[in-house]
Design a protein around this ligand. Structure first.
Ligand SMILES: Nc1ncnc2c1ncn2[C@@H]1O[C@H](COP(=O)(O)OP(=O)(O)O)[C@@H](O)[C@H]1O
Ligand SMILES: [Mg+2]
Length: 245
């Protein structure tokens, strides 16, 4: 596997440094699983690789798509047992469901496609020859407008009933000069509150506060500031309006 040309540099780094176990399936095995599940008609390169999942470029007929595949193994530096298929299926299903709520609610997230077990397809963001860059690596032409869109986008997500609990310039893609929110893996549903409700709301606001602080640090590179507390107030209003309906 260390010589597998399909793996991106971050994966090679983790392999070299012993952070990834070798239980990982090969690109060919993952591609077969995606094709067999009928999620794509063609599977291309890996676009990204996080703690728990990998994202692959693909095609469904003539349409470009991406497929997110939750892995069945744990990174070895954390130790612990391999995570079973079923629990990764649950995680994929959870993210897929949140993506569906966000999309239906009009938030700027990739349109969800289909989920099968630990994998799901969604709309590809990017130009034909280049996937949309993460905000972290992008160069913004109009950072002030982008910041406004980002804050409005976070409110929009809340309006759709979802709080993104892992906001960072790695989970916002720049597509057609607008912010697109991805990676709702740990998102929090805020309109259908379980019991006791305030625990989940509290968790959502804490996560948003952390994400807001991360974005404040990011936008400073453009000399821009915003008030996280103000963002939280706005989101709170959106959620309360939602709950009163
Ligand atoms: N819909 C998409 N269109 C284009 N690229 C995507 C899309 N979804 C994810 N990616 C790419 O895959 C990477 C990993 O996706 P993400 O959902 O953040 O997974 P994780 O962080 O859990 O690995 C992203 O940083 C982005 O580069
Ligand atoms: Mg991510």
């Amino acid at each position: 596997m260390p010589n597998d040309g399909y793996l991106d540099e971050s994966v090679h780094w983790k392999v070299r440094n012993g952070l990834l176990g070798f239980a990982e399936p090969t690109h060919g095995e993952v591609a077969d699983a995606i094709l067999e599940a009928g999620l794509a008609t063609e599977v291309g390169q890996r676009l990204g690789s996080g703690k728990e999942a990998d994202v692959y470029l693909g095609r469904d007929g003539r349409r470009r798509i991406v497929v997110k595949v939750y892995r069945q193994y744990r990174t070895s530096h954390r130790g612990g047992r391999r995570i079973q298929m079923e629990s990764m299926g649950q995680r994929a299903s959870r993210e897929f469901e949140l993506l569906g709520y966000a999309w239906q609610g009009g938030a700027r997230v990739p349109e969800p496609g289909t989920r099968v077990e630990n994998m799901f397809s969604m709309q590809y963001l990017g130009a034909p020859d280049r996937a949309a860059p993460r905000l972290q690596q992008a160069r913004l032409d109009d950072p002030a407008a982008f910041l406004r869109d980002t804050l409005a986008g976070i409110e929009g997500l809340a309006e759709a009933g979802v709080v993104h609990s892992d906001l960072s310039p790695f989970n916002i893609l720049v597509h057609e000069e607008r912010p697109w929110f991805i990676d709702l893996a740990a998102g929090i549903r805020v309109d259908r509150l379980g019991s006791p409700p305030w625990v989940r709301l509290h968790e959502a606001f804490r996560a948003l506060q952390a994400g807001g602080a991360t974005l404040v640090r990011y936008f400073r590179r453009y000399g821009l500031e915003f008030d996280t507390e103000e963002l939280l107030r706005r989101v709170r209003t959106k959620i309360e309006l939602y709950r009163l309906e």
